[in-house]
Ligand binder design. Structure first.
Ligand SMILES: Cc1cc2nc3c(=O)[nH]c(=O)nc-3n(C[C@H](O)[C@H](O)[C@H](O)COP(=O)(O)O)c2cc1C
Length: 172
């Protein structure tokens, strides 16, 4: 698919069918994550797949958005806190940038596969980590409910509210 067509058609899906996501599609989502570029190729992030019913339900109970429960699958992406590339001038870590690029690859592949997701940043990090201690060493950049969009799912108003290129662009 033409990239701009995909970028335009992707939107935050907040209504899901209960239909399961096929393993073949999960594999493609993971492949899109793996192919993301990272600073000095450090790849200092992890992908947490909530595929078992038990883990997914435990996660659902911690997330305030009702559509989380509708989605059959969820992924969290976390930047490693202890390893990865540090810019030598000021020790800036690019791990969260890298994890966010991986997440962006993922949400675009999800859309290309006819699936949907919403990037969730609004969650109680402490609660989630109490429930899932394996996430402790990671800065979570997002939690992503994933599934087939409901027949009546539609973009929110925000989807079409983009700043003009003039407002984003600074010519130097
Ligand atoms: C870092 C990040 C955090 C977000 N957190 C939330 C969230 O907690 N809840 C939510 O409903 N949408 C969340 N969103 C989705 C945005 O609201 C959405 O991407 C934006 O309004 C543009 O709409 P669109 O994705 O449909 O184009 C988040 C998006 C990003 C990139």
């Amino acid at each position: 698919m033409d990239f701009l067509k995909l970028a335009r058609e992707r939107y935050s899906v907040r209504k899901f069918k209960s239909q399961q996501v096929e393993q073949e599609k999960i594999d493609k989502i993971l492949k899109a994550i793996q192919l993301a570029p990272t600073a000095k190729n450090s790849q200092a992030f992890k992908v947490f797949l909530f595929s078992s019913k038990q883990a997914k339900q435990k996660l659902d109970d911690l997330i305030i958005f009702p559509f989380m429960k509708e989605a059959p699958l969820a992924i969290a992406i976390g930047a490693c806190k202890t390893t990865g590339y540090l810019r030598k001038f000021d020790n800036k870590s690019y791990n969260q940038v890298d994890a966010s690029i991986a997440a962006t690859h993922m949400i675009l592949e999800i859309a290309a596969l006819g699936l949907g997701t919403t990037w969730l940043g609004h969650f109680d990090d402490k609660l989630v980590k109490n429930a899932f201690p394996e996430l402790n060493d990671y800065d979570l950049v997002g939690i992503f409910p994933i599934g087939y969009p409901a027949d009546d799912a539609k973009p929110s108003e925000m989807h079409s509210q983009r700043k003009s290129i003039d407002k984003l662009l600074v010519k130097i």
